[in-house]
Design a protein around this ligand. Structure first.
Ligand SMILES: Cc1ncc(COP(=O)(O)O)c(C=O)c1O
Length: 343
């Protein structure tokens, strides 16, 4: 099976497993795991922040950001089709007790759109906006990358309004590689940022939050509150350090493979896709009314050993990663094009 359902399906390589097996460990709840501490220091530096915290998942990183910066009843501004709204089991409402306002059209938004959407504090009826969350790259709309000046404009607007800023950078390193930016240039202006280890970087588990040193104590507390405080988690952190050494530059291959799939699909009748917008490892394409629906395309592709995901009735997602080769992606592109165009 050529599995393009997600970049989370990768298995650790033998070399990554060896790094995990030999990791020095200790009890991280006492702050004594050298491998966790080393990863946290490294990610903090990579993202231009003072300190960092290893957490079990991107989902938990996002919930911790909400707990840290908001109170129940607050409003959080996000882009259209954000992970926070679509893929987190309603956790923002259930755990932090917030409501979300989705703005913009393609998952990204402009500083002026943020300025227009911020709700005031102390209003008799409105929920106050206390946090803005940016997703870079933006998953559901097709791995879209934010322009750095737009990020900076959004942060300036938020700061002016006293609104905290959080970057869900699950795939921030994809964005950085795609644009030739330093990760810190994209991440440092935010109050808090997370990156995922278990997606393009190919680790089995984990995300890392980075921000000011003073934020780490409350984040640790909320991490424990949500059941995410681990013990000898250096075994997991070692995979992250290995990936930062060996799996970052190669993201460019995943991006080229995604573009190859996008170029083939964009030429297929019935597919709606702007291949030029595919800069990273995610291809999201829509199916015309005359074409089969997403479930049919997924089933036809699966019958020929290509796995992709139906994102909506007429929307399909394919994601490239380190466990699929260029030849796999060439074959997958043909299979998907056939799946759409077959009678
Ligand atoms: C943008 C984004 N944020 C957060 C997450 C959640 O990460 P995890 O699966 O580690 O909980 C994902 C997962 O796909 C994601 O795409």
């Amino acid at each position: 099976m050529i599995d393009l359902r997600s970049d989370t399906v990768t298995r650790p390589t033998d070399a990554m497993r060896a790094a995990m097996a030999h990791a020095p460990v200790g009890d991280d709840q006492f702050g004594e795991d050298p491998s966790v501490n080393a990863l946290q220091e490294r990610v903090a530096a990579l993202l231009g922040h003072e300190a960092a915290l290893f957490v079990p998942s991107g989902h938990m990183a996002n919930q911790l950001a909400l707990k840290l910066f908001t109170a129940p009843g607050d409003d959080v501004i996000v882009g259209r089709e954000s992970h926070a709204v679509w893929h987190e089991t309603g956790a923002g409402a259930a755990i932090a007790g917030v409501q979300f306002t989705e703005i913009g059209t393609d998952g990204r938004f402009l500083p002026a759109e943020l300025a227009a959407a911020i709700r005031p504090r102390g209003h008799l009826v409105q929920a106050p906006t206390t946090l803005v969350e940016v997703e870079d790259t933006q998953n559901r709309m097709g791995g879209l990358v934010w322009d750095r000046p737009v990020l900076e404009g959004v942060i300036a607007v938020a700061r002016e309004a006293g609104v905290a800023t959080y970057l869900d950078g699950a795939r921030l390193l994809n964005a950085a590689v795609a644009r030739g930016e330093e990760p810190a240039a994209l991440a440092a202006p935010f109050d808090l940022v997370s990156i995922a280890l278990s997606k393009g970087l190919g680790c089995p588990v984990g995300s890392v939050l980075a921000g000011a040193a003073e934020l780490m104590a409350p984040l640790r507390r909320y991490r424990r509150m949500l059941g995410g405080a681990l013990r000898q988690s250096g075994i997991l952190a070692a995979a992250g350090s290995y990936a930062l050494d060996h799996h970052v530059e190669r993201l460019a291959h995943d991006h080229a493979h995604a573009r190859l799939i996008a170029d083939r699909l964009a030429a297929a009748a019935g597919v709606v896709l702007d291949a030029t917008a595919v800069e990273t490892n995610i291809v999201v394409f829509r199916l015309d009314e005359g074409a089969p629906d997403a479930a049919t395309v997924v089933a036809r592709a699966a019958a020929r050993d290509v796995a992709v995901m139906a994102f909506a009735h007429r929307t399909v997602r394919a994601v490239t990663h380190l466990d699929v080769s260029r030849a796999d992606c060439e074959r997958a592109a043909e299979v998907l094009a056939d799946a759409v165009t077959a009678a």
